[in-house]
Design a protein around this ligand. Sequence first.
Ligand SMILES: Cc1cc2nc3c(=O)[nH]c(=O)nc-3n(C[C@H](O)[C@H](O)[C@H](O)COP(=O)(O)OP(=O)(O)OC[C@H]3O[C@@H](n4cnc5c(N)ncnc54)[C@H](O)[C@@H]3O)c2cc1C
Length: 485
Amino acid sequence: MLDIEQMLKEIVGPENVSSNPAILEAYRFVAMGQDMPVCTRPGIVVMPANEEQVSRILTLANRSRLPVVTRGQGTGFQGENVPLEGGIMMDMSLMNRLIEIDEENMVVIAETACTMNLLNYELDKRGLAFPIRPWFSPNMHIGAYIINNGTGDFGAAHGRAGDHVRGLEVVLPTGQIMKLGSWAYTHGYGACFRYTGGPDLIGLFLNSGGGYGVVTKVALRVINKRRHVWYRTFAWPRNKLPDLSRAIYQCQRYGISSFHLQNYWSSRGIINAGLARWPAHSLGLFDEDMVIANLIQVSENKEILELLAKDTTAICLNNIGADLGPDLCQASQGPPYYAINLSTHYRFRPGTAPPFEGMNWAYFYHCTPTLKFPEYWDYFESVVDKYGFHDKRRGAGMFVFPLDAAMLNPYPTFGYRPEVPEEVLRMRKAYTEMQQGLARMGVLAYTFGAFLPKDFMANLGPSYSLMKSLKALIDPNNILNPSQL
Ligand SMILES: Cc1cc2nc3c(=O)[nH]c(=O)nc-3n(C[C@H](O)[C@H](O)[C@H](O)COP(=O)(O)OP(=O)(O)OC[C@H]3O[C@@H](n4cnc5c(N)ncnc54)[C@H](O)[C@@H]3O)c2cc1C
């Protein structure tokens, strides 16, 4: 490793390489916890500043047959960003420039580590926005969000983050640098369009967990912000989840702009921060027994928005939803084009969620048809219950995004205390049983990662073999994010 360290220093400068054990230890973990047994420390951390340096690092790794894991902010929680066998950790944080906002073509170009926060801040000044808004950290890298084909608010209207890619600059595992989409043309209009003759090569890199290449720059579609917004929260008792799912399904088919499903554990931060009252008692329900849908409609035209609001309200009332008014939705969702969904901010801000402090969170992300959501949630809660994590401090917390016209992206969670070894072991067992059970039910994986049981891949049949063949072709020494496939 000493020789490698020296060679890496020659590529990126000595200040951007570290083999200090304390620093290496930090890269063993994912940001939110999930102490899984598979993670190891990397052997060395390197921070490239441009695509040429990325290319030289990958060339070196190939020569030395060393695994490389690409790292953004480390907020992915399926083990996609931690090493399994030492090797090189390539932290992309230095490549953080927002390069250009091309208003004529409605495209923004940024380096991979440009944060969602910076991106939205600069777009906002021009009345523009990236169509999808994640729930989590505004500091997540845009390149990581894209490579994971991220989800978030406005997914009902705009799909996943990858649907808005217009161009990618990637470095292949063998070190070759290339641009994709209309960006690839030597004489062309730059990065303005994705489908430009030939198969969709950009698609190969989305949802790949970073196994097919390192993204160095992204070109993304932006949209005009809509001027008028309608917020509303509707509530259903926990035992009426099928009615809630039907209401949401009908809203999706009708054309809702966005919604977010939450329960007591996921809304509590907003209530504790004093931003909205939890009106459960006025409904004669206990907090823990309620599930809410925060609904958003946006429009450029006020009269149209009123009609949308009327129809959306009718759908929820017809499916026995109780109208809780606009406050809770407005407080937890924030301005619709803000960098993140505010419920995250208040959930994790110290002091605003006292019952949860001191917890690590076991997180899951999946895709499921909207009408199957009740069976998904019943199963999730039953496993949380079986392993003794179903209580007032730990959840199960419900965060659910729209994905499409009839799909959902649930993000369930439960808390455990990281300093109690018995609890960590119990969390691991619950985590594995949960994932295996959900895979058997046919639930879809959001992305791959080392913590995900192979049951999900096995379920993919021959297409999984094709993914592996493509990986072998593109990465013959299997050096890049080798745990992904
Ligand atoms: C509380 C919480 C809420 C979350 N909410 C959302 C959400 O709303 N929507 C959502 O989509 N995700 C969400 N996530 C998951 C996670 O935040 C996203 O996947 C995010 O995009 C990861 O960004 P990151 O910068 O932290 O990347 P990391 O976690 O460091 O990396 C994620 C993956 O991307 C790869 N990668 C990183 N950079 C590159 C690159 N330049 N080229 C190639 N591969 C790369 C890594 O190898 C890894 O496989 C949430 C996570 C948490 C903990």
